[in-house]
Design a protein around this ligand. Structure first.
Ligand SMILES: NC(=O)c1ccc[n+]([C@@H]2O[C@H](COP(=O)([O-])OP(=O)(O)OC[C@H]3O[C@@H](n4cnc5c(N)ncnc54)[C@H](O)[C@@H]3O)[C@@H](O)[C@H]2O)c1
Length: 372
């Protein structure tokens, strides 16, 4: 049966999330930021990292005491253009934004700024923080480690996180070059999304303990937690599709996100202690800002980026395709569309939002539905 969809304006969903965060104890300014990061994903069509995770990744963790609603961003070391930050298990959106802002401050002074973060939590889409730098005329780079999900090439065990990489560079077009993706073929959020839609996964995304691919979404979501299924690295299972390249990128991200700041890594990021009790996500990030004007004037850089992107897009098209995209372009087009249509709220999301409204006593809220 087709799932019933209700469309809600982006602003309304953002305000609902902001109020939910405030009701969970997050200070108003931080709550607005957290909601803004999540809605920025929904707006761009990254449905895996938006409102769908409000409860399971944030409100539930605050309720369970494994994540702090009030965030203490401590700069434990500052030296020249670099810093090390401890997020003290607070709201990662606040930790990552403050870290990128400091990196940008350093970049204005020295041409580059780098901040390594330990003890944070899940910050949503990595591109949000890289975009902050691009809006200020800089190149933004942001990576994070995550709980174990990817099996290294020739393994069936989930060892590495889906460790995303985000680069944003300003261009002379209406949208920047914004490359932002996981180092697995598909990230966990996409599998959760398939779960919410009741769909099986395509083959090749997940490897089981026997080394075969699996497609049963709900079973996979349960088995990922028990280490009985793992995600294939970018490039796929084995060496044929060069999965070792995705595995290599995931390892680079893991090292950048943990070694410089002496943070937690790999199996220490499951979110569970040895006795099975829940513990803080203990995630690490690494952010960098490069000030373009230290190299060339900004207008020339933007034009150069635009020229590169336009030449790429003008390449000969493959049969059956009349358009080539560059990174960030599809998200820009979807955002234009969703500004008009709003966000699709399916049954699973309605159920979650009604539960949040009841649990957090958001009595002033009139959602456009009273049942899922
Ligand atoms: N915080 C975390 O722990 C975590 C972990 C994994 C992923 N994520 C986030 O999840 C989001 C989605 O990740 P994903 O791996 O599903 O991304 P994805 O597979 O959808 O790839 C997205 C990237 O590919 C580009 N792209 C898509 N189609 C294209 C085409 N035809 N031509 C050129 N470029 C194209 C997009 O512009 C974008 O840069 C990202 O925002 C990422 O940061 C976060």
């Amino acid at each position: 049966m087709e799932d019933k969809i209700i469309y809600m304006p982006c602003d309304t969903v953002e305000k609902f999330m902001r109020d939910a965060f405030v009701a969970a104890g997050v200070p108003a300014e931080d709550a607005a930021l957290c909601a803004n990061v999540l809605i920025s994903a929904d707006k761009r069509g990254i449905d895996s990292h938006g409102v769908g995770r409000l409860c399971s990744f944030y409100l539930d963790r605050i309720r369970d005491g494994v994540q702090q609603a009030v965030t203490n961003v401590e700069f434990v070391r500052k030296s020249g253009a670099t810093a090390v930050v401890d997020g003290h298990a607070g709201m990662a959106m606040v930790v990552a934004k403050k870290s990128m802002e400091y990196a940008m401050e350093c970049a204005r002074k020295y041409g580059v700024g780098i901040v390594a973060v330990r003890n944070s939590s899940h910050f949503g889409r990595a591109g949000y923080y890289a975009d902050l730098a691009a809006k200020e005329g800089m190149i933004g780079f942001c990576v994070t480690n995550a709980r174990p999900a990817i099996a290294p090439t020739f393994s069936t065990q989930n060892v590495l996180g889906t460790n995303p990489i985000a680069f944003t560079m300003p261009s002379d077009e209406a949208f920047p070059f914004a490359f932002d993706c996981a180092t697995s073929v598909a990230q966990r959020g996409k599998i959760e999304l398939y779960g919410r839609l009741g769909k099986d996964l395509p083959p090749g995304w997940v490897i089981d303990v026997e080394g075969k691919t699996r497609t049963d979404t709900q079973g996979i979501l349960a088995d990922l937690m028990k280490s009985r299924a793992a995600l294939a690295p970018l490039g796929g299972i084995g060496e044929e599709g060069a999965g070792y390249k995705g595995y290599g990128f995931a390892t680079v991200v893991e090292l950048l996100s943990s070694a410089l700041q002496q943070g937690y890594f790999l199996s220490q990021l499951t979110g569970f202690a040895a006795d099975g009790s829940k513990q803080s996500p203990r995630i690490g990030h690494f952010v960098m800002a490069i000030n373009i004007e230290n190299f060339t004037d900004l207008a020339s850089f933007k034009k150069h980026v635009g020229n590169v992107l336009r030449e790429i897009r003008s390449a000969r098209k493959a049969p059956g395709h009349d358009r080539i995209y560059t990174a960030g372009e599809k998200e820009y087009l979807i955002a234009l569309e969703r500004e008009k249509t709003g966000i699709a709220i399916n049954t699973a999301l309605r159920k979650m939002m009604l539960k949040v409204k009841a649990d957090y006593k958001l009595d002033n809220w009139e959602l456009p539905f009273t049942e899922a």
